[in-house]
Design a protein around this ligand. Structure first.
Ligand SMILES: NC(=O)c1ccc[n+]([C@@H]2O[C@H](COP(=O)([O-])OP(=O)(O)OC[C@H]3O[C@@H](n4cnc5c(N)ncnc54)[C@H](O)[C@@H]3O)[C@@H](O)[C@H]2O)c1
Length: 324
């Protein structure tokens, strides 16, 4: 199947955080969507959330009100898995991060859908080989990991399981790219993929600095977002080093600061399990951080998420990732 043949997507677990956001994105990009969720009570709130997301795009000049009315005519909500597998060309699976749940959905697609339908899991880091195990069509299964919220953040990490075929990977890549995403394909399947491994490596050190009394939760967050985080929106760590090394480039800076960095590395966190009680300490610290925010930056989860989305839109505009 070619990417251009994908016009209707099934979003499984579509009433959740990621499912609602993917649905917003697919509708925004002109596709039809069938939202399937096991929880009947979650469907109406999901519809409201998706409508709110689309209205937000109208308020910010990304979509017209007419486009939103049109989009809402292209989405159906169902609790019937058989219905969700009909006439779709791709399933974006967004159910809980659990092998058994995801395997049940792969099996349901085997049972109720045609063999051509592509199964793309939003898993944050489970192995697609394991998710597809037992499927009649493991070749059509891939990982397609978004970053929250998928309707705004461009990255999609595509992973190929041992039995996924190259055509499936290519179709998925072309599909997300054509929509306006920034897909990358992992050369090799790995738990946690790329971005989550990087994120967790940074978070482990952030937690360790707090637990060792070096800084507060608020200050470690400031150190990320007013320092390297600002540059990371523009370029990754390797290109950053290339510029930092002047005429000698990345190699130059690594030669220069390498011995010093090796001392830091020897001193840095290497634990494999979160230390006991660390979640309580972090929760307490993040609540203090929230209370200290300027009122216009928001202080509750909802207010801060809204502020984040406003700023994300501005950044995406700056980076040319949104054409409006
Ligand atoms: N939340 C994030 O920041 C984030 C980011 C990227 C990827 N992900 C991944 O996306 C997936 C979904 O995460 P989420 O945060 O949206 O979770 P969520 O709990 O908000 O949503 C999961 C949805 O799946 C539904 N569900 C549960 N069992 C089901 C079943 N058997 N069939 C159909 N629907 C079922 C639930 O009712 C719920 O609406 C996970 O794999 C997660 O790792 C999450």
């Amino acid at each position: 199947m070619k990417a251009s043949e994908i016009s209707r997507v099934g979003v499984f677990g579509g009433a959740g955080i990621i499912g609602s956001s993917w649905t917003t994105y697919f509708l925004w990009k002109g596709l039809s969507v069938v939202v399937y969720d096991i929880d009947q009570n979650a469907l109406a709130p999901a519809r409201e959330r998706i409508t709110r997301n689309l209205s937000y795009l109208v308020e910010n000049g990304v979509l017209t009100q007419e486009a939103v009315s049109n989009a809402l005519d292209r989405v159906v909500f169902t609790q019937e898995i058989a219905e969700a597998c009909q006439d779709v060309q791709l399933v974006q699976e967004c159910a809980p991060e659990n092998y058994e749940v995801k395997k049940t959905l792969v099996a349901a697609l085997d049972k109720h859908g045609t063999s051509e339908i592509l199964f793309a899991s939003s898993t944050s880091g489970l192995l697609i080989t394991e998710i597809a195990k037992g499927s009649k069509h493991p070749e059509r299964c891939i990982g397609a990991h978004p970053y929250n919220p998928p309707h705004l953040i461009p990255l999609v990490e595509i992973t190929k399981g041992k039995q996924s075929n190259d055509e499936t990977v290519q179709t998925a890549y072309d599909f997300y790219k054509a929509l306006g995403k920034e897909p990358i394909v992992l050369k090799k399947e790995t738990l946690g993929f790329i971005s989550n491994r990087l994120q967790i490596a940074l978070h482990r050190e952030a937690v360790d600095l707090v637990l060792n009394g070096v800084c507060s939760v608020e200050d470690v967050d400031k150190a990320v977002c007013f320092g390297p985080g600002l540059r990371y929106a523009l370029m990754g760590p390797n290109l950053t080093y290339q510029l930092g090394g002047g005429a000698l480039g990345l190699k130059g800076i690594m030669d220069h600061i390498g011995p010093s960095v090796e001392m830091w590395l020897a001193d840095m966190a290497a634990w494999k399990k979160f230390p006991e009680n660390c979640a309580d300490i972090l929760q307490d610290g993040v609540e203090k951080e929230m209370a200290n925010r300027r009122p216009e930056q928001g202080r509750t989860n909802e207010e801060i998420a809204r502020w984040r989305d406003d700023k994300l839109l501005e950044l995406l505009r700056l980076l040319g990732k949104i054409d409006f």
